[in-house]
Design a protein around this ligand. Sequence first.
Ligand code: ZN
Length: 390
Amino acid sequence: MRATIYTYPWDLTDEGIDSALDTIAHTAGLNSVSLAQSYHVSTYFLPHNPRRPLYWGEEGALYFQPSAAFYDESPIAPLVSNVIDGPDYMRRIANKIRERGLDLTSWLVFNYNHYLPQRYPDAAKHDPFGHLNFAQLCPASPLVRDYARALCRDIAAQFQPDEINLESLGYLHFSYGFRNPKVGVKITPFCELLMGLCYCQHCLQRAGALGLDGESFRAEVAEYLARELAAEPAPEDMQPPSAECLTTAFSGRLQTFLDARVETATSLVEEAIAIANQSGARASFFGGRDRTVNGLDSDRVLRNVYMVNAGVGGEPGALAASVRTLRDEFPADTDLSAIVNPGSFADSDALGTHLTALSQAGINGYAFYNYGLIRRAHLEWVGTHRHLWK
Ligand SMILES: [Zn+2]
């Protein structure tokens, strides 16, 4: 069974790669490392990192030196992180992971990025009022699509990972990436949905191919929102929009717009999965699969995904039902790995109870979160339960 741990490269190199991999393989007893190679901004508390207990991350960066040849068709020049100490930084880590007999997963974040929208407005999501979203890229933008494909090909060629874990490659929801948000009033879920859709020229053109006049639709949505956002919502409007509401809103044109988004985002994820599979890597998936919000058709997206990593919540007695609910959303051949944060448990026994209940509920793997974010004691706790995946 695959038992992996999400890991940031700086936590390996700050500590010493050999020492950190010893801890992962021997102390925690794990068989796979999910290594961040393209990642979003965060502020990190790193309790056992010997160099920096607090790390102010960069704005959406690559943690390897990209090979220029793969980006010929993509004018996007990504930010390369300053934690990289030379062109072989990531190759050194990847090689050592492999030498240990550990599986290597390339953990890639795509459209959640604070750096690229500032520099490439044509790649950014646009709100209905014409303003750029400075945290999200739009999967309809040719720049974004070329870049995503180039990134997958580059990763596959440079590191030959066993697995590529795709994160945030669809559309992202309204508040994804808000920083220190100042939202002082209620916003209805329907307004959040409308505000969170992308109205860039590429999204409007793709909807145009389905017969929608995208510009007049955008203008009508903007007018509706200007009116609605100014008014205090009625309690009944705080419910999520019904399927009927989505079908009939804006005389059916919202639904046409949503349908165009599904083709846009789903086809890009399919392409990334195909690149991974053609390179010999398995594809795994993390994140929202909501057709309306993320534009993803789960059946198509997961068809060639061997594993979904997902949080499986609830008390031990309720986990079997949670696992069943999740599995019902997957194709028969797609497996489920539970994301587990050992730092959220009181002690090793409590963690063991949770892991055992997940095993009894029939999960196919564990994805522990995250090497640098938990304490050494938590890694020891994980190791005491290794019989569950050995
Ligand atoms: Zn767009």
